[in-house]
Design a protein around this ligand. Structure first.
Ligand SMILES: Cc1cc2nc3c(=O)[nH]c(=O)nc-3n(C[C@H](O)[C@H](O)[C@H](O)COP(=O)(O)OP(=O)(O)OC[C@H]3O[C@@H](n4cnc5c(N)ncnc54)[C@H](O)[C@@H]3O)c2cc1C
Length: 360
């Protein structure tokens, strides 16, 4: 139950998507008491995502790229930790990602973009590695990239956060944050006021609507539509010229659009047509498979597609952990670590300068 005017432990986390859950879990692990305030709403990005861990493909430059690689490589130990605490084993695919060339022009383009850690596979090597892509003319292969089942990941984090005494969960919508010198208050739709030493805003695509989180106004929603097929012809995640396909258990997910349509998280006939065509271009056998589902979610995007991580320089009791754009699943565990470093005033394990919340 929410109590008006309540002191809410050391830290309030606003938003219970993958970022808020990972931050709350990391803080609790460092013995920090947390109040996690969140409200479910249509279009949440975390359950909608394809779950790719693709820093070699969804690429940033400089230390942001290194952050992406470190985020990917944090996954195995993070999932071991979750399995140990919750008994939930989250499926992780680290077989590598293929960027498939379908045309001669595609070969040229892909050969130019490959990283030193990636390798070119000719058509024969591609066919041997992934027979369902035997029509491909070659592919860039990025070992160690892959995918996680983000729906099971959410379930594991939910279980951890619900079972941990240090985390109190509140179902409510935060309408405003009021940072003061040594504390910050979150006001909610139900009329409650929660005050803590720090407030971390991790409210996905909606974060810019919270009054007082002034820097988060740079975050906006970008809709992505996805389809799934009741077939699993692939072992590897594969990108094509217009989309990607992701194997997940008995299904294959195909994505995705990138649309600027505000907070509308519905699917459209034209969007799904595009996504299906892109998926079937990569993996032609999907054209004869049954399409089992279709959905959409809202990515929280920033102008440079990098997250905002760190305190408001004018109000350090307010911390931003938002705007993860296309890579929020990838970055969730490492974001949790870094925000816990900031809150506990521990040395930062990564350079966050490219993610300064006041850079826009
Ligand atoms: C179609 C699609 C495909 C994607 N594929 C990938 C991928 O393959 N790999 C990858 O790394 N990333 C991917 N992403 C991006 C990734 O999903 C996001 O970056 C990430 O999930 C963002 O997490 P979040 O916790 O910030 O936001 P969300 O998951 O949206 O969670 C925010 C939460 O905060 C709650 N909330 C909002 N406002 C308030 C408020 N005022 N008060 C209380 N609660 C509030 C919301 O209801 C929600 O529960 C994809 C996204 C989409 C849409």
């Amino acid at each position: 139950m929410t109590v008006p005017g309540r002191a809410s432990g050391e830290v309030i986390v606003v938003g219970g998507g993958l970022i808020g859950l990972a931050v709350a879990a990391a803080l609790a692990e460092r013995k920090v008491s947390v109040t996690l305030i969140s409200e479910r709403r249509p279009g949440e990005a975390s359950p909608a995502a394809a779950g790719m861990l693709a820093p070699s493909v969804e690429r940033a430059s400089g230390s942001a790229h290194e952050f992406g690689i470190a985020a990917r490589d944090r996954y195995p130990s993070f999932l071991d930790f979750l399995a140990d605490r919750t008994g939930v084993k989250v499926p992780l695919n680290r077989l590598g990602i293929l960027q498939v060339a379908i045309t001669e022009k595609g070969i040229k383009g892909l050969k130019k973009t490959g990283l030193p850690t990636s390798r070119w596979l000719d058509a024969k090597e591609l066919r041997e590695l992934e027979p369902a892509l035997s029509h491909g003319l070659g592919a860039v292969f990025s070992p160690d990239d892959g995918a996680v089942d983000n729906t099971v990941l959410i379930a594991a984090l939910e279980k951890l956060c619900t079972n941990t005494d240090r985390i109190t969960r509140v179902s409510d919508a935060v309408i405003a944050v009021d940072p003061a010198r040594d504390s910050c208050t979150a006001r909610t739709e139900s009329g409650a006021r929660h005050t803590a030493r720090r407030v971390v805003v991790a409210a996905g695509a909606w974060v810019g609507k919270i009054t007082g989180a002034r820097l988060a106004q740079a975050v906006s929603p970008a809709r992505g539509q996805l389809v799934s097929y009741s077939a699993s012809p692939l072992r590897h995640v594969a990108y094509g010229p217009r989309g990607y396909v992701v194997p997940r258990g008995n299904v294959t997910i195909g994505g995705s659009t990138m649309e600027n349509v505000g907070f509308d998280s519905s699917t459209t006939a034209s969007g799904l047509k595009k996504v299906s065509a892109a998926s079937e271009e990569i993996c032609p056998s999907l054209a004869s498979a049954q399409r089992s589902d279709a959905w959409a979610g809202l990515r929280p995007i920033t102008p440079d597609m990098l997250p905002m991580l760190g305190p408001d320089p004018e109000h350090p009791s307010l911390i931003y952990a938002c705007g993860h754009s296309r890579n929020g699943v990838l970055m969730a565990p490492l974001t949790g670590d870094l925000i816990a470093d900031l809150v506990t005033e521990s040395p930062l394990s990564r350079d966050l300068s490219q993610f300064r919340p006041d850079r826009f």
